[in-house]
Ligand binder design. Structure first.
Ligand SMILES: O=P(O)(O)OC[C@H]1O[C@H](OP(=O)(O)OP(=O)(O)O)[C@H](O)[C@@H]1O
Ligand SMILES: O=C(O)c1cc(=O)[nH]c(=O)[nH]1
Length: 185
């Protein structure tokens, strides 16, 4: 039987080998860093995707969320796998994503994948949080559409402001890993 501890340990190895990159980089916030977590190779790895979905779903299952989604692009590879795990566990957790800018043709949507989020309790997923500002854009779009945010969960929090941002906003915040799990070893 695969326990949560086994899954977390295996996922740690996948993130360490596929997604932890050293070298100068400019971040979404404009900050600079000497390391980067490129989570896409982990999210698109079959085993990585499955472990992420199971571990993230386990955290969401502790809440009363009834939909799951997040900001493009980082959240998008996580959303459907988490919904599928929810379905297998007997819990309907439809997904959606928030565009960085409103689509200027076709449906002209900002929130895509679900027709009405009003009154829904939402779990927001994210691949990496630094300032937390990107996931907060999804939070703000959902709130403006009448939804209630019950959790923001990131694969990895860089411990550079996100937890304070969400604490100040009164929104529960969690991450599977912290940057220090990788940097201090
Ligand atoms: O917490 P923050 O300071 O906002 O930084 C984290 C964000 O940075 C990355 O997005 P980015 O815009 O670089 O690219 P993406 O569209 O590939 O997700 C990442 O996916 C997070 O969304
Ligand atoms: O802050 C960011 O833009 C950022 C940092 C990081 O380590 N990984 C990522 O995808 N984005």
């Amino acid at each position: 039987m695969t326990t949560t501890t086994d899954a977390q340990a295996r996922l740690y190895e996948i993130v360490r080998t596929k997604s932890f990159v050293k070298g100068h980089v400019v971040l979404a916030s404009g900050k600079e860093s000497d390391h980067y977590f490129d989570m896409k190779p982990t999210m698109f790895d079959p085993e990585g995707a499955e472990l992420l979905a199971e571990l993230i779903y386990a955290r969401i299952a502790e809440t009363d969320a009834d939909i799951v989604g997040g900001l493009e692009m980082g959240a998008v590879p996580l959303i459907t796998p988490v919904s599928i795990v929810g379905r297998r566990e007997g819990r309907a957790l439809p997904g959606f994503f928030v565009r960085k800018t409103v689509k200027d043709h076709g449906t002209k949507k900002l929130i895509d994948g679900l027709s009405d989020v009003s009154g829904k309790r939402v779990a927001i997923v994210e691949d990496v949080t630094t300032t937390g500002g990107s996931a907060m854009k999804a939070v703000e779009a959902l709130k403006a559409a009448g939804a209630d945010i019950v959790l923001v969960i990131s694969i990895l929090d860089r411990e550079e402001g996100a937890s304070k941002l969400y604490a100040d906003a009164g929104i529960p915040f969690a991450s599977l890993f912290k940057a220090s799990d990788f940097l201090d070893r």
